[in-house]
Design a protein around this ligand. Structure first.
Ligand SMILES: [Zn+2]
Length: 199
């Protein structure tokens, strides 16, 4: 063969460890000073973080990168589904993309008026919602999915999400109806009230 493919690049071994850590830049400084690591390359990311860096220690290469944990959730963790598919998740997504802080209904109104950024935010929202609901269908195969909360007030999800479910469901088949909560976006609170013991 005139151009044989090298599965392992020159200077690398069969396995190259990749370390993801908080404050990767400080970790790299530490590996340099303590282990004599030489920096081969560094790809800077947003907020001074490191997307990818390569260090050589002796005859071996390691990869180092910062963690990118997703938006902070009220529960104390990061990147929970609540931070993506909720009214506040939509607002945060629009804010990240445009720098403009709006309430959900205003984003929906702007999308109806044809604003590109609002339409893109809703497209992302629907794709995330579709993928999340597909996992519910994979695990539970419900007869219907009822959407409550602020997200239920986005009319277009009921048209746009169901046709795409099958792209993410095992077997590529899904006809599960997605329905708005009968009692509006506070239906979850009503449901919780029903759990209160009456005595
Ligand atoms: Zn959470």
């Amino acid at each position: 063969m005139p151009h044989p493919v090298r599965a392992i690049p020159e200077g690398y071994h069969s396995i190259t460890p990749g370390l993801t850590c908080k404050e990767a830049a400080r970790a790299i400084d530490y590996y340099k000073s303590v282990l004599g690591a030489a920096e081969i390359m560094r790809m800077p990311g947003p907020e001074g973080k490191i997307m990818h860096a390569e260090l050589r220690i002796g005859d071996s290469v390691i990869f180092v990168s910062d963690e990118f944990p997703g938006p902070a959730c009220y529960c104390g963790r990061n990147g929970c589904i609540e931070t993506w598919i909720s009214g506040t998740g939509l607002e945060a997504d629009y804010h990240r993309a445009t720098g403009v802080q709006l309430k959900g209904p205003e984003i929906i109104a702007r999308s109806s008026a044809g604003e590109k950024a609002a339409l893109a935010a809703l497209d992302r929202f629907e794709d995330r919602l579709t993928r999340a609901l597909a996992q519910l269908i994979n695990l539970l195969d419900p007869d219907a999915i009822v959407v409550g909360g602020g997200a239920s007030q986005i009319p277009r999800i009921y048209q746009n999400v169901p046709p795409h479910l099958k792209e993410y469901v095992f077997g590529q088949e899904a006809d599960t109806p997605i329905l708005p909560a009968k009692h509006g976006d506070a239906s979850g609170v009503r449901g919780a009230a029903w759990l209160w013991p009456l005595k």
